[in-house]
Design a protein around this ligand. Sequence first.
Ligand code: SF4
Ligand code: SF4
Length: 409
Amino acid sequence: MRAGQAFARKVPSGRAELWKAGRPRLARLDLELTERCNNDCIHCSINRPAGDEEARRQELTAAEIQAVLEEAASLGCLSVRFTGGEPFLREDFETIYLGARRLGLRVRIFTNAALITPRLAALLAKTPPLERMEVSVYGMTAATEGAVTRNPGSHEASRRGIELLAGRGVPFVIKGAVLPPTQHEVDRLEAWAKRTTGLDETPGFAALFELRSRRDDEAKNARIRKLRLTPAEYLSLAARRGEGQTAGLRAFVARFAGVAGDRLFTCLADSCCVDAYGRFQVCLALRHPRTVYDLKKGSLAAAVSEFLPEVREIRAADPAYLGRCGRCFLKSLCQQCPARSWAEHGALDTPVEYFCAVAHAQAVRLGVLDEGEAAWTVEDWPARVGRPAAPAKSPRNGEPAAQPSCEGG
Ligand code: SF4
Ligand code: SF4
């Protein structure tokens, strides 16, 4: 096989220079291929119209993406996630995808499946992504799915795409979202997803919707706020998963409960993101100017080795935050984080009341908080969660998420 045609990469052993301590290292990379989408979902905080020429012109080219992927691979990256918007809107998707696979990268694709063609399904069957694709499905009928996607014909197109994937044996999972037009379909969607994927796993449902992290569309944010479940509704959704889910959450809290003080970045994720325009970010939802690095003016290695450590050292300064979140043992259970604080308040360190209420309701349900009690006033939390007082651990990428996360795609 000629060089450049292989779809596997020899990764140096643990003793090799690449993995030595002190070297910049990146295990996983999220790539937002485009913000544009064929749908216009009522809850989406990301999408721009499919035909938005200005957005398209600014997107990284396939060659620029290839350069990012090559640099990521040289930093030890083994896996890349293609997300959007809708990644398959890119006419050069095939080139980008094969470029990643030729580097030996595993590829995880987030999609709504509506743009999957027989050719794309054949490509994914012949050169498998090596990670299960994640397909978002927003309804069980043309009427309900259309009410979410605001794109007539999206239901039929999505089902066609899913059939193509299934017909070619391309592994995928299905995800949903709990929204007013489709809330009554959760059971049906779960049963259908299991039949369609052949997996016994219950699909994940987005429910705690995020606001737009670009902070440029207050009308969109107002609409998203209205779609959010109340804490009580969220609890009853979680309760559907039964005692197993509750026990898992209790174990998660026992393991990761802790007080972070002024440390804002308690997540020790070894993955990073690059947005559709070549901006390196800690995560896709965090677009505060202090946390964004323009790759067109630097390199991925510099972003990982110099910029990222600086971001992780940013400390909270807002007294309201320090007196609440800084003293709160529920931080690992709570969706409040610098990204959500930025999207809601334009700062990195402001408590987010909605996520605070959801976390408190969950803690009451788990029996680690009394009704009406504020988590940041609780001093005997180690006994309540069932472990000795010790420095807080931080969830790493790959740890079970305390809550389903919401993301477009
Ligand atoms: S539960 Fe409230 S106080 Fe605790 S971390 Fe979340 S937002 Fe902050
Ligand atoms: S939620 Fe997904 S499918 Fe819907 S508009 Fe956003 S990116 Fe597109």
